[in-house]
Design a protein around this ligand. Structure first.
Ligand code: NDP
Length: 472
């Protein structure tokens, strides 16, 4: 693995153990409390059934999430009868999925980025990640935008010219594909777990809690890799997960056209708003290296299974719902949803951009037309090295400590509101995102507080709100 090791600075007064104590919580937990353990076991047991429940509710109950429960309660269905009606694993779906994943591996590994050479303003090619708790800085090949463009160009070429397969192929195999994604999700998480024990990429960045369930779910290795460039986190989050997101939506759109002979404005809204989000992700993939997923989370079931199964199935529920319920929104409703989505996106992107610009220029930039203000911080890495950092306190970062999450939540609400108010199933996304991002606020702040100590306290005094000024 290509890494840069920073020179360790040994403490002059022999305070190594004190430093270790202070560092203990930078990165995910070393020890597991009962609440975390119960949550982890609960998620490991129930998360696959939650995904199955939503997909099955659409397939068998026209996307009603209460009807299956009522049917079970009234004895009109049994768990076995619901299970028996769900399409089973099929070899043709397995073939499609194997080709899909292999193709994404091929694009990721065999095509170093060239788009940054001719797309002005795009940062691609070899980029550095953030410093790991052990003090390493990994290098990454950023070629997600290129992979997305090639994949989508081929998708459109097939739909309009080659006709190798139907554009509804994803929808038509949706439940058989669910078994395949689960197989990959569990396989990759199990492999990462075994690899961390037997041949970790960087042993100093591994974390063992002594609890097998927690280790399996939250991961042991920080940045597992195969060879020099195959990075598990970057690949699994971006490629089978996020590249697929827009293709899945396109497949839903094609299915609506096939079934009803028209495409609703709600389907177009969902496709457009989510495509902006996905394209934004790939345009800013180098920035993604500095987000919590890469800088903090270890690679386990949470990321491995989550990227393979949870993300493609539950982030695309709105499009799936619209295949079963082709909602045509009034112009006023559609406009309101579009505005909410675009304003949310603007806040999300500008907030992330302000932090990125501020950190890249070390404060020598202009934010909202003024010189930024910040709090100077210091922290130590596990190798004993002392480092400096800055926490921005102006622009959106002066409004609330996680205003990027607020923008994200507004965008998420817009996806849901695109589906009208007929059912609650498409609103699952905003409920989930609220839980995810509030939980993220808490764990990120716990981490930052451990990392920066009293400097973090000075920051929270300067910017007291987390998501909504004056409220939370
Ligand atoms: P952030 O991009 O907000 O990163 C948090 C880190 O930024 C902190 O750990 C700290 O790291 C640094 N930081 C915190 N405050 C400041 C400050 N005032 N000035 C400078 N640096 C600061 O969080 P995420 O990585 O969670 O999210 C990135 C984006 O991705 C968000 O917009 C979020 O909405 C989105 N997201 C989307 C998800 C989805 O499923 N759709 C899931 C998760 C995130 P350091 O150690 O460097 O100081």
């Amino acid at each position: 693995m290509e890494t840069t090791r920073r020179r360790p600075q040994h403490s002059a007064n022999g305070k190594r153990s004190e430093q270790k104590e202070q560092l203990a919580q930078w990165g995910r937990a070393w020890e597991v409390d009962w609440f975390s353990l119960i949550s982890v076991i609960g998620l490991l047991c129930f998360a696959p059934f939650i995904v199955f429940y939503f997909v099955m509710a659409c397939d068998q109950y026209e996307c009603s999430i209460t009807q299956p429960v009522l049917d079970l309660y009234q004895g009109e269905a049994t768990l076995l009868s619901i299970w028996a009606r769900a399409p089973s694993f099929s070899w043709s779906a397995a073939k499609i999925y194997a080709i899909w994943v292999s193709f994404q591996v091929f694009l990721y590994m065999c095509f170093p980025d060239i788009t940054h050479k001719f797309i002005p303003g795009y940062v691609g090619g070899v980029q550095e990640g953030a410093r790991t708790p052990a003090g390493l800085i990994n290098k990454y090949e950023i070629n997600g935008l290129q992979c997305w463009l090639i994949t989508h160009a081929l998708w459109f070429a097939n739909a309009h010219y080659f006709h190798w397969f139907s554009p509804t192929i994803i929808f038509d195999n949706w439940i058989p594909l669910l078994w395949c994604t689960n197989i990959l999700g569990y396989a990759v998480s199990t492999f990462a777990f075994i690899k961390a024990h037997l041949f970790p990429t960087n042993a100093e960045d591994c974390k063992f809690t002594g609890n097998i369930f927690y280790n399996y779910m939250m991961g042991i290795e920080f940045n597992p890799r195969i060879g020099k460039w195959f990075d598990f986190k970057l690949f699994f989050n971006g490629r089978p997960g996020i590249v697929a997101w827009t293709l899945i939506n396109l497949s839903y759109m094609a299915k609506q056209q096939e079934l009803y002979g028209y495409i609703t404005n709600s389907m177009i809204l969902v496709n457009v708003l989510q495509a902006i989000y996905v394209l934004d992700f790939f345009w800013n993939e180098a920035w993604y290296l500095k987000t919590i997923d890469i800088c903090h989370d270890h690679f386990g079931w949470y990321l491995g299974w989550g990227d393979c199964v949870w993300l493609p199935y539950l982030y695309t529920l709105q499009g799936l719902y619209l295949v079963y319920h082709p909602v045509q929104l009034s112009d006023a409703h559609a406009l309101a949803v579009l505005l909410l989505g675009l304003v949310g996106y603007y806040i999300f992107r500008s907030t992330n951009h302000q932090k990125d610009l501020f950190r890249r220029t070390e404060g020598s930039c202009s934010i909202w037309g003024r010189k930024p203000t910040w709090i100077e911080c210091t922290y130590r890495s596990a190798d004993g090295g002392m480092h400096r950092s800055k926490l921005l306190t102006s622009g959106f970062w002066g409004v609330a400590r996680h205003f990027n999450y607020t923008g994200d939540l507004m965008g998420s609400l817009a996806y849901c509101a695109s589906c009208g108010f007929g059912h609650i199933l498409p609103y699952f996304y905003i409920v989930y995102m609220t839980i995810l991002l509030v939980h993220r606020c808490v764990r990120d702040e716990h981490r930052c507080s451990s990392k920066y100590g009293k400097d973090w306290k000075r920051y929270t005094d300067a910017v007291p709100s987390r998501l909504i000024p004056g409220v939370f």
